[in-house]
Design a protein around this ligand. Structure first.
Ligand SMILES: [Zn+2]
Length: 97
């Protein structure tokens, strides 16, 4: 099996969407091909990070929106003076409610 073929199927391999014989061929390739094994590990790590990110988001969507609305109410001048596609505004420290 060629590296290019293996790389193409790695995603499906991770999801176990391939036939058993196909899985075994890729597994065998990974055992003797460090480059593809490395690629497989990177994908696995990226997916793991993604999973963790989904399970424990830093800020929930609702919270983000609430903060933005809060800011707009408290600092209306900041919004008006900011052109649409300028750099994102760094958030000023808000007094505790
Ligand atoms: Zn390879």
């Amino acid at each position: 099996m060629k590296c290019a073929e293996v790389r193409e199927l790695l995603g499906n391999y991770m999801d176990q969407e391939l036939t058993e014989s196909m899985m075994q061929r890729i597994e065998r390739h990974l055992l003797r091909c460090p480059a593809c094994a490395y690629e497989a590990r990177s994908i696995e790590q990226a997916r793991e990070m993604l999973r963790r990110g989904v399970e424990s988001p830093m800020v929930s969507e609702g919270t983000g929106e609430r903060i933005l609305r809060h800011l707009a109410e408290r600092f209306p001048h900041l919004q008006r003076s900011r052109p649409a596609d300028e750099q994102p505004l760094s958030l000023p420290l808000l007094p505790e409610d």
